[in-house]
Design a protein around this ligand. Structure first.
Ligand code: TYD
Ligand code: MG
Length: 472
């Protein structure tokens, strides 16, 4: 008999609890625990099959293989969208499962329809299963994207069993997209579509079917902040690659970020622009992230970071705003950077360079909705902060890079040459960072300690911010 005891499952991380609680012990999410009934933990095949398997400990053992041995790399299918192929580490892997997560409305369906169009137009069998939109809606979008004639087979369906059966019965299937995994359900699992049990069970049978058929499987997953729907986090360990599609919905560009990839580099990044005719690739993202600077008068609190993301250099502006000292506890807010790193940078600037940040509000933001993960961003953030505090613009023709140690020393960063080459390509004349890496056409401003950075910015002309009193 199927096990029908209740379990309390965190909808955010999938953690199992014996009783309901307000907060999940596993991931710390609040109000995310929901009672689920049904054969939730039973492996595919049902509880009966599982109990038969449990009672049978004899039989042939495992077939073991030597570590040494050659396995040919799994064949890849290019989607024709270079930025997507790059984020995947060179195209879709046959038999591999990929999760594409992102906020609703960010453009996941659009991106995948464009990818499916590319694969189908190259002569491969492609299936699109949508549990969110009707066939007419999908056709309408395909028309807008100029893909009305692409030979993509459509199904508006929500049964994961039926989708898995279709994968098995379609000869030479190369790609199947399930949009979204939260709408899929498996017969026999009692909880509602979108619950952790259903999302997991659906993913499990689809992944197994794709592996057997050698088709690439793409699961679309919505990320929601309130935890009401099972987040893609519960699927991350089941799939081979996880891509997140991000961006500010008020802005036009979107970033596709690989956070896990069994078949390629893990921190790959693709950049797109949402246009009236779908997503357009942005082959030179630095140009995009710096476009605001073109023709701009010098401003305080802005510094360009010579970054490195996903095996390629990426220049991006870091912006800071520092308030006047006031009573009460100061506000500190960060967008696109780690707040602990901001606290550390401020402490170093205060203790090692004597800059008075305490008691002042400090805001730090990374242009374009990008998130900086590299420690090498420290010096660029510090440059923006120093510039905002001293009311002097950071030199406009200079890029910044390097990690900041608590001692106030600048630490070297990897890939310096690639960072600097990109800076020269985009017209910068100077680079402030640790070490003496030289690239033709770029003057080195060596930063050994944080004081060197303060000296560099203090040499710029004063550019006081307008005071409220100046307004009338
Ligand atoms: P969609 O792919 O439906 O998002 P998701 O699947 O992640 O929920 O994209 C929805 C948004 O994209 C919607 O606001 C309209 C916009 N869009 C364009 O701007 N241009 C286009 O060509 C298309 C198809 C969509
Ligand atoms: Mg969609």
């Amino acid at each position: 008999m199927a096990r029908s005891a209740s379990q309390f499952i965190c909808q955010s991380c999938g953690g199992v609890h014996r009783r309901w609680a307000g907060k999940c012990d596993h991931c710390g999410a609040w109000n995310s625990i929901v009672e689920e009934t049904g054969a939730t933990a039973a492996p595919v095949g049902g509880a009966k099959a599982a109990s038969v398997r449990r009672n049978r400990s004899r039989g042939p053992g495992l077939e073991l293989e030597p570590l040494k041995g050659g396995t040919p790399p799994r064949p890849r299918i290019a989607t024709g969208i270079a930025e997507l192929d790059r984020a995947l580490g060179g195209g879709l892997v046959q038999g591999g499962a990929i999760l594409v997560g992102g906020d609703p409305g960010i453009g996941k369906s659009t991106l995948l329809l464009q990818a499916m169009g590319g694969v189908a137009n190259a002569g491969h069998a492609v299936i699109y299963v949508s549990g969110e939109e009707g066939v007419d809606q999908i056709r309408g979008r395909a028309e807008r994207l100029g893909l009305a004639d692409a030979p993509v087979a459509l199904a508006a369906a929500t049964s994961a069993d039926a989708a898995a059966a279709t994968i098995q019965s379609t000869p030479n299937l190369k790609l199947i997209v399930i949009d979204s995994i939260q709408t899929m359900y498996v017969e026999g699992v009692e909880s509602a579509p979108g619950s952790v049990s259903q999302v997991r069970a659906s993913a499990q049978i689809l992944i197994a079917a794709a592996k057997r058929s050698e088709a690439a499987l793409v699961l679309v997953g919505h990320v929601t902040k309130d935890g009401a729907i099972a987040g893609p986090r519960v699927l991350e360990h089941m799939v081979d690659a996880v891509l997140y599609f991000e961006g500010d919905s008020s802005q036009h560009y979107r970033i596709l970020r690989a956070v896990k990839n069994r078949f390629g580099p893990a921190d790959a990044l693709g950049v797109f622009e949402m246009t009236g005719a779908g997503l357009r690739e942005v082959p030179n993202p630095s140009t995009l992230f710096l476009s605001e600077r073109q023709g701009r008068e010098p401003v305080t609190g802005a510094a360009v970071f010579a970054g490195f993301r996903g095996a390629r250099p990426l220049l991006v502006e870091v912006q800071a705003l520092v308030g006047a000292p006031g009573p009460g506890s100061p506000r500190r807010a960060v967008v696109g950077w780690d707040s602990a790193r901001l606290a550390m940078a401020l402490a170093v600037l205060e203790s090692r360079a004597g800059l008075p940040f305490s008691g002042r509000d400090v805001f730090l933001s990374v242009a374009g909705g990008l998130r900086l993960e590299e420690p090498a961003a420290d010096l660029a953030a510090a440059a923006a902060l120093i510039s905002a505090l001293l009311e002097r613009p950071a030199p406009m023709d200079c890029v910044f890079f390097g990690e900041l140690a608590l001692s106030g020393e600048a630490r070297p960063t990897p890939q310096t040459e690639a960072r600097l080459t990109e800076a020269v390509r985009l017209g910068f004349a100077r680079a402030a960072g640790p070490g003496d890496a030289r690239v033709k056409g770029l003057k080195s401003e060596p930063i050994r300690r944080i004081d060197d950075l303060v000296t560099l910015i203090a040499a710029e002309p004063l550019l006081p911010a307008p005071k409220p009193a100046d307004w009338d």
